[in-house]
Write a protein of this length. Structure first.
Length: 364
């Protein structure tokens, strides 16, 4: 891979990118899934998910240290051979592409459902993809600086939308405390297990690593970003549970969004703090789309050696525009996310683990 020195990023910029893209739309999607199968214990799987992510991040960084100037598609072809390596590379590309597509689809549904019911779906999709194209054309360095610039504001809004909700929380809704065995086999339901891929943004390191200036403390920054992301998802589970109770919260399509509707900020001219969510998550979904399509475009160019990145960008976003127009059912999208997550666990969790063992043995 040819590395443009003008497109480099710092560790702090990498932290913010992973932090916000890790959050993604997870606070709005995952809680209802957890509540449906686990109830009171909905926050407990986050421990296993966090540990899995830490392990996968460590493995990813160790592999990237071995293949310093190559992305995952490039080193997979040299390691696995042309045919199997290309097949694995295609799997990586498809998973990254579907990440952006599926998350944008969920975001559009959320915005139409909660904020803009009369707004044209086509206009929302066009606006989001148009901004994404513009950011992709500006380059990685500009994008990284943009994320860093708005990071303090984004973090402040996250605080403003979460902290006020605690005044409506009733501790009685968390009772009675139940032991782990009492939650039964709900933890091993396939939809819950698929959430091991929840914090998938860390895997962008397979494409970003060659562009990071100082890599010595990269693991620490990645873990810090993931930890803050886990905290946000944790809040998106316990706040609706504490406000509505486990029986009522199961009936809600977007529990976290509904808990946001219960609070207003008197010091600001806002009837509901949920208004802030449309601001912050528009930024976050743009970050996710940039990262998703950056990886997709980089992967495609690594296989087919396209010279024109502009043509590839426009073609990919045009395809996404027409795919996003089709009104899939909520159940279908949930199934897609679950199956896509299992594919991600295999491609970015299981396969890299054996690659790391192989690379480690070769060093030994």
């Amino acid at each position: 891979m040819k590395i443009n020195n003008r497109e480099m990023m710092t560790n702090r910029q990498f932290l913010f990118i992973v932090l916000f893209t890790n959050i993604c739309v997870t606070p709005f999607v995952a809680p209802s899934l957890f509540f449906a199968h686990i109830g009171h214990g909905s926050y407990l799987p986050l421990v296993g998910i966090f540990l899995f992510t830490i392990g996968a991040t460590y493995v990813a960084i160790k592999i990237c240290e071995h293949f310093k100037e190559e992305n995952i598609v490039e080193w997979s072809r040299s390691l696995f051979g042309k045919w199997f390596g290309t097949l694995y590379g295609f799997a990586v590309i498809v998973i990254f592409y579907l990440w952006g597509y599926l998350m944008m689809y969920v975001f559009i549904e959320l915005i139409i459902y909660t904020q803009l019911p009369q707004t044209s779906r086509m206009l929302l999709i066009f606006f989001i993809l148009a901004v994404t194209v513009y950011m992709l054309r500006q380059g990685l360095s500009t994008f990284s600086r943009f994320v860093e610039l708005f990071a303090p504001l984004t973090l402040l809004i996250l605080v403003l939308i979460n902290v006020p909700q605690f005044k409506n929380v009733s501790f009685q809704h968390f009772l009675p405390f139940e032991t782990l065995p009492e939650y039964g086999m709900g933890y091993f339901h396939y939809q819950i297990v698929s959430q091991l891929f929840m914090f998938r943004a860390v895997f962008i390191i397979y494409f970003f690593y060659p562009f990071i200036e100082k890599r010595g403390k990269l693991f620490r920054f990645a873990i810090l970003a993931t930890t803050i992301s886990v905290l946000q998802v944790f809040l998106s589970i316990i706040l609706p549970l504490g406000i509505f109770g486990k029986d009522f919260v199961k009936r809600l399509s977007f529990p976290y969004q509904e808990s946001l509707e219960t609070v207003s900020i008197t010091m600001l001219p806002l009837d509901r703090i949920s208004i802030l969510t449309s601001i912050i998550w528009q930024l976050i979904i743009l970050y996710v789309l940039y990262v998703s399509f950056f990886a997709t475009i980089s992967g495609i160019r690594s296989i087919f050696r396209f010279e024109s990145e502009r043509w590839l960008t426009y073609s990919l976003l045009t395809l996404t525009f027409f795919l996003a127009l089709y009104p899939f059912s909520k159940d279908f999208i949930i199934k897609m996310i679950v199956y896509w997550s299992f594919a991600g666990i295999f491609v970015f969790g299981i396969v890299p683990f054996f690659v790391w063992l192989y690379v480690r043995s070769k060093k030994g």
